[in-house]
Ligand binder design. Structure first.
Ligand code: NDP
Length: 249
């Protein structure tokens, strides 16, 4: 039990460190792809391999926990909804548009997703008496689930807009317009952060809170890099568009 919290603390400190590092080095995939990070693989295969550990390890934690209460099943459903989409539907729908991905990034991603699946699943289904979902107050669960679903829809809608742009206009980048793009450069990242904050509220899990912290650590610096990239490439890029949090940052 104590070991688990020590590991979680180390994992949280690593998130904070990563947050600062990513202001200096953008993860080299997508528009920030650079040579010099070793060999690359096909982007679709890369995304599937990178995200699959989150699907498998969380499901393994659930099946070995024997938790049949409604909260435990709902948390499983939320996690797998996000990750089955991210592992299979997202990359397969983009199979003709995804750029190659450095194997190094894929390996980091696999470790990252594996650890998150393990810590989150272990906390919910195994720690203390197991099946911690049983004692989550209904109010937290309902509010958290509503926040999670809102974030999921924002993330999905924003990613969909980018996919549409790619299909309509080819490999050239365009300035996305409409919806939350009126306010921020990366509503997909904003939605992802909202989702995991929702999951943390719904599960009242410190592991989920650390995961939300990691999501911010990964996506806030990247959103700022994206906005800097748009500003450098499009002189007409809307000046008042925030990077990730509407009206704030
Ligand atoms: P991006 O917004 O950088 O790109 C998403 C896709 O849209 C890519 O295929 C990209 O192409 C394409 N695209 C981006 N901008 C444009 C444009 N202006 N015109 C046309 N096409 C465009 O997102 P990421 O690839 O970084 O992330 C994808 C998903 O994964 C997001 O939903 C994100 O929230 C999630 N994610 C979650 C993380 C976490 O820590 N939980 C970490 C990283 C991602 P190209 O690749 O060629 O730029």
């Amino acid at each position: 039990m104590q070991t688990f919290y020590i590991i979680l603390l180390i994992w949280a400190l690593l998130a904070v460190t990563t947050f600062f590092v990513l202001f200096f080095i953008s993860a080299p995939y997508g528009r920030h792809y650079k040579k010099g990070f070793g060999p690359s693989i096909n982007g679709t295969a890369g995304w599937i391999a990178m995200e699959a550990p989150a699907v498998i390890i969380f499901a393994l934690m659930y099946t070995t926990g024997y938790c049949l209460d409604i909260y435990s099943i709902a948390l499983l459903f939320m996690w797998e909804l996000h990750y089955v989409h991210r592992t299979l539907i997202y990359p397969l729908r983009r199979r003709n548009t995804l750029k190659p991905m450095p194997i190094l990034i894929v390996l980091f991603g696999m470790i990252f997703n594996g650890i998150n699946g393990l810590l989150n699943g272990y906390w919910i289904y195994h720690l203390e008496d197991g099946c911690s979902g049983k004692w989550v107050p209904a109010l937290f669960f309902l509010v958290g689930t509503a926040v999670f679903i809102t974030g999921f829809i924002i993330n999905l809608t924003a990613d969909e807009k980018l996919l549409k742009l790619r299909r309509q206009r080819g490999v050239e980048y365009q300035i996305p317009q409409g919806g939350l793009y009126r306010y921020v450069t990366c509503p997909n990242y904003f939605g992802e952060i909202v989702e995991w904050i929702g999951f943390a509220i719904a599960s009242l899990s410190p592991a989920a809170l650390v995961f939300a912290l990691w999501t911010c650590a990964n996506l806030v610096p990247r959103a700022l890099s994206h906005r800097a990239w748009y500003r450098a490439h499009f002189p007409n890029y809307p000046k008042d568009r925030k990077a990730i949090f509407p009206f704030l940052l």
